[in-house]
Design a protein around this ligand. Structure first.
Ligand SMILES: Cc1cc2nc3c(=O)[nH]c(=O)nc-3n(C[C@H](O)[C@H](O)[C@H](O)COP(=O)(O)O)c2cc1C
Length: 356
């Protein structure tokens, strides 16, 4: 019933993608999702002690992550490519992009990873062509109709549409919620569109399908899994989160909006913003973080591994309020697909039930 073009393109049983999440994803999580019939995705920086500027170290670490995943599954999986904007217009082809993402792209190609999940980047036909030539399928995430059209023109195989409600950083500066954005994107594109976040259970999957999606990608739901690398206390904060527990902030910083748990850090951030702090001042405040353990972790890692819930950046989506249990990653996929059948059956009842 749920076999869509997305399943055909990526060679998967169920149209469920696990979104990449730096520091949180483990090879066991990726493989768990893929073994259950979805598409697990390796994040672009999974190790907290490798500074992103050391491109070769990070790329080689990605190679080891790919090989770890391969030991755990023979099913298709993806890798996050964040090539960003062109930084070297004089360069040829891929040389136009930053060396770190270029190194990751090369490793992904050498290791024959089946799927590229491009994020935080304007669509680029040369990149898509290069990945296709290497035998990879390509999906790209964005937040607007315009972004989707450019992705289609660039030749991507599927477009992920994310809303303002999504966890982590929204690509671009999307201000529209998934429910509003998704059908508009579906109407504008011919390639398959997926809900790129803001979904946490089978009702969300069916709602996304009703709006024209051919699949879903979930980030936050996979944080509440045994395989997620976060500390137990930080996972518990997600389970305890209520419907209004998160907030999006940081547009002025130029990296898109980030959605995190509301805490003393976000309060202070907004206070500074309201008082007219510049982007540089706000960035200095963020970077001036000292993790409780004294291990020199940044604000995100402090939240995830030192469980600094007050001053850390605890990334998660609005859908957190819906997530009430920790499961195995594979069970997240299997349970949603089983429940989806029941939701459809209830929708098909003679009288539309008041509650699904
Ligand atoms: C903790 C966390 C880390 C994230 N890290 C990344 C990342 O490394 N790369 C990326 O493209 N998106 C990242 N995102 C965004 C997710 O890939 C995805 O788009 C988002 O989580 C989907 O929305 P949802 O959380 O409502 O399911 C992150 C999101 C979260 C919550």
């Amino acid at each position: 019933m749920f076999h869509t073009r997305v399943c055909e393109i990526f060679g998967i049983k169920y149209p469920i993608v696990q979104s990449p999440m730096n520091y949180a994803i483990t090879p066991a999580l990726v493989a768990g999702v893929s073994n259950a019939g979805g598409l697990g995705t390796i994040a672009s920086n999974m190790q907290i002690d490798i500074p992103p500027s050391t491109s070769n170290a990070n790329a080689e670490h990605m190679r080891s992550m790919i090989r770890e995943v391969r030991k755990l599954t023979n099913k298709p999986f993806g890798i996050n490519i964040q090539h960003g904007r062109v930084i070297n217009p004089e360069g040829k082809g891929l040389e136009r992009f930053n060396p770190q993402s270029l190194a990751v792209m090369r490793v992904a190609i050498e290791e024959r990873v089946p799927v590229a999940y491009i994020s935080m980047a304007p669509p680029d036909s040369f990149v898509v062509e290069t990945l296709h030539d290497a035998g990879m399928k390509v999906m790209l995430i964005g937040t607007t109709v315009r972004h989707g059209k450019r992705a289609e023109e660039a030749g991507v195989d599927a477009y992920l549409c994310a809303g303002y409600d999504a966890g982590g950083h929204s690509p671009g500066h999307g201000d529209t919620t998934l429910f509003t954005e998704l059908p508009q994107v579906v109407d504008a594109l011919k390639i398959p569109v997926m809900a790129g976040g803001c979904v946490g259970d089978a009702r969300g999957l069916i709602a996304a399908f009703a709006l024209g999606a051919e699949g879903i990608a979930m980030g936050t739901r996979f944080l509440a899994t045994y395989e997620c690398r976060w500390s137990q206390k930080t996972k518990q904060a997600l389970i305890n989160a209520h419907d209004g527990a998160t907030v999006a902030w940081g547009k002025i910083l130029g990296t898109g909006l980030g959605r995190t748990l509301k805490n003393r850090f976000t309060e202070m951030y907004f206070e500074m913003e309201m008082k007219g702090a510049t982007a540089a001042e706000l960035q200095a405040f963020i970077d001036g973080y000292k993790a409780p353990s004294g291990r020199g972790l940044d604000r995100k890692a402090g939240a995830y591994f030192d469980a600094d819930l007050e001053w850390g950046e605890v990334y998660m989506g609005m859908v957190s309020g819906l997530i009430k249990d920790i499961k195995h990653a594979g069970d997240v996929v299997k349970d949603i697909m089983a429940e989806a059948e029941r939701v459809v059956a209830r929708l098909g009842a003679e009288r539309m039930p008041a509650r699904l």
